[in-house]
Design a protein around this ligand. Structure first.
Ligand code: FAD
Length: 431
C-alpha cells in the first residue's frame, strides 16, 4: 500500500511506500536501516515547499515534524542547536525569546530548518547570505545508519549545508544567530526604468533591497528594509492596513485577479497595471522576522536563478523582449533580490555576488513555455537555478556552474554509494 504525497505547489506527486514521523535521531537511524534492509530509498521532507521533485520518493518518506525542539543555546557565541525538523515559523519566536534572530530570511516561514538549508533558501541583502551560511554544525544519519557530526573543522563542512538531501538525513543543526534586531520597512511603487537607473544605490545603500516588477508594465514595487538604531521602538503595520495590503490585495483579490486572467489572458496587462498601482507606499518598524515573512495564500509555481549582478539590466531587457513579443501573459510579478558571495559549495551564492530573478506562474496555468524562455535568458548569464525551484537543467550544465561540484559528488559517492537517498531529480542534477 502506498500513500499520495504532493508538494505545496501541486507540481509534484509521489506515492511513497510509507511516511514515518520519527521522534529522535535513533528513530531516524532505525528507519534508514529498515528501509535499506528492504532495498527501499529514503527521503526526508520538511514542508514540501520545494517546487522541484527534490524531496519526492516512491520509497520511505520521513517527516521530522516531531523533531522540532530547540536543544540548547550558547549566550556567549549566539549559537543555537535545534532539531532539524523545526519550522522557521516555530523557530523565529523561540529565537526572539532568547534575544536572538537569524541574520536573514526568505519570504515565507513554513519551511523546516533542514529543508530550507538543504536547497539554499535565501532572502535579500547585498552584504548577506542565504540561511545555509548561518549553519555551523550538522548531525547527519548516513546510509549505513551511522550518526556523524560535521562542524566547521570537518573536511566535509563545505558540502554539509546545501546538500540537496543527497548525503543523508539531517537530524540536528547548529545555527550562528545574531542579536535580535528591528527593521524599518519602506515599501513603495517606483517605475522600472527608475529602479534600474538607481540600482547600485538602491542595492548598496540598503541592508535588504528587493523589487517586484509587474510584467507587461513598467510598474515595480520596491522594498527597502534597514536596521534601526538601538533603542528604537516597534511600529508594526496596523491591523486594518495588514488586512487590506497583505490579505486582501496581495492574497484575496490577487487570487481573483489570477482566476480572471486565466479565463481572459488579454486582460492580464491591464490587471497588472492595476495591481502595480494598488499597493501604496507604507513604512513600519518590526522584529526582523515579521518584516521578512509575509503570507502567500495564492498557490503558484516558481523558477529562480542566481546570476552575476552586472547581468541584471540585460536579463530584464530580454524578459521585456519576450513579453513584448506577445508569447503569453503573466499575472505574477517578477521578484529580484541580491546576496553576497558565500563559501557553501552547492549554494547558488558560492563565491559570487548575485542577483536573483524569480519568475512565477499561477498554479492553474501551465508555466512550461514561460519558464523555459526565462531559463534560456538566465543560462545565457551563467545562471544557477535554485535547487528547490523549477528548471530542466542536468549535471552536464550544472557541473560547470559550481567550482566544487565534483568534490560534492565525490563525498556523495563515499557516503551513499548505493544511492539510498537518491531520486530521479538528484540523478538528473548530480549525474
Ligand atoms: C510560497 C513559497 C515561498 C518561498 N520563498 C522562498 C524564498 O523567499 N527564498 C528561497 O530561497 N526559497 C523560497 N522558497 C523555496 C523553499 O524555501 C525551498 O524549496 C525549501 O527547501 C523548502 O523547505 P521545506 O522544509 O519545505 O523542504 P522540502 O521542500 O520538503 O525539501 C527540500 C529538500 O530538503 C531535503 N530535506 C528536508 N528535510 C531534510 C532532512 N531532515 N534531512 C535531509 N534532507 C532534508 C529534502 O529531501 C529535499 O531535498 C519558497 C517556496 C514556497 C512554496
Amino acid at each position: 500500500m502506498s500513500v499520495l504525497w504532493q508538494n505545496w505547489a501541486r507540481s509534484v506527486r509521489a506515492h511513497p511506500r510509507r511516511v514515518l514521523h520519527p521522534a529522535s535521531t535513533q528513530e531516524v537511524v532505525a528507519a534508514v536501516r529498515a528501509a535499506r534492509a528492504e532495498g527501499l530509498p529514503v527521503k526526508a521532507y520538511g514542508a514540501g515547499h520545494s517546487f522541484t521533485p527534490i524531496a519526492a520518493t516512491e520509497g520511505v518518506l520521513l517527516r521530522l515534524d516531531r523533531m522540532d525542539a530547540v536543544l540548547g543555546h550558547d549566550a556567549a557565541t549566539s549559537r543555537v542547536r535545534v532539531q532539524a525538523g523545526i519550522s522557521l515559523h516555530a523557530l523565529n519566536p523561540r529565537l526572539l525569546a532568547l534575544g536572538l534572530a537569524l541574520p536573514n530570511l526568505g519570504d515565507v516561514d513554513p519551511q523546516s530548518v533542514a529543508g530550507a538549508v538543504s536547497t539554499g533558501t535565501h532572502g535579500t541583502g547585498h552584504r548577506l547570505h542565504g540561511i545555509s551560511a548561518a549553519v555551523v554544525g550538522v548531525q547527519l544519519v548516513t546510509a549505513d545508519g551511522d550518526v556523524i557530526e560535521i562542524d566547521e573543522q570537518h573536511p566535509w563542512f563545505g558540502a554539509s549545508r546545501v546538500t540537496l538531501g543527497a548525503l543523508g538525513i539531517v537530524t540536528e543543526v547548529t545555527l550562528q544567530c545574531v542579536p535580535t534586531f528591528l527593521l524599518h520597512a519602506r515599501e513603495e511603487p517606483m517605475a522600472l526604468p527608475e529602479v534600474l537607473d538607481r540600482l547600485p544605490e538602491l542595492v548598496e545603500e540598503n541592508d535588504h533591497f528587493e523589487f517586484y516588477w509587474f510584467p507587461h508594465t513598467e510598474k515595480a514595487l520596491v522594498k527597502r528594509n534597514n536596521r534601526v538604531p538601538e533603542g528604537s521602538e516597534r511600529a508594526p503595520v496596523g491591523r486594518v492596513r495588514h488586512l487590506v495590503d497583505d490579505e486582501l490585495l496581495s492574497n484575496g483579490l490577487f487570487e481573483v485577479a489570477n482566476r480572471v486572467g486565466r479565463r481572459v489572458p488579454s486582460l492580464v496587462p491591464r490587471i497588472n497595471h492595476v495591481s502595480g498601482s494598488a499597493l501604496s507606499a507604507r513604512e513600519y518598524v518590526d522584529h526582523s522576522h515579521e518584516v521578512f515573512v509575509s503570507p502567500r495564500r495564492v498557490r503558484f509555481r516558481e523558477s529562480e536563478f542566481a546570476m552575476p549582478r552586472a547581468a541584471l539590466p540585460e536579463v530584464i531587457a530580454s524578459l521585456q523582449g519576450w513579453f513584448g513579443a506577445g508569447h503569453e501573459t503573466v499575472s505574477f510579478p517578477i521578484e529580484v533580490r541580491f546576496t553576497a558571495a558565500d563559501d557553501v559549495w552547492m549554494s547558488t551564492g558560492h563565491e559570487r555576488d548575485n542577483c536573483y530573478v524569480a519568475v512565477h506562474q499561477y498554479h492553474r496555468v501551465d508555466p512550461a513555455a514561460y519558464f523555459a524562455a526565462a531559463q534560456d535568458v538566465f543560462t545565457a548569464h551563467e545562471g544557477r537555478p535554485h535547487w528547490g525551484k523549477m528548471h530542466t537543467l542536468g549535471a552536464d550544465y550544472l557541473s560547470g556552474r559550481y567550482a566544487r561540484f565534483d568534490d560534492f559528488v565525490a563525498i556523495r559517492d563515499e557516503l551513499d554509494p548505493h544511492r539510498v537517498f537518491s531520486n530521479p531529480y538528484l540523478e538528473r542534477v548530480l549525474g
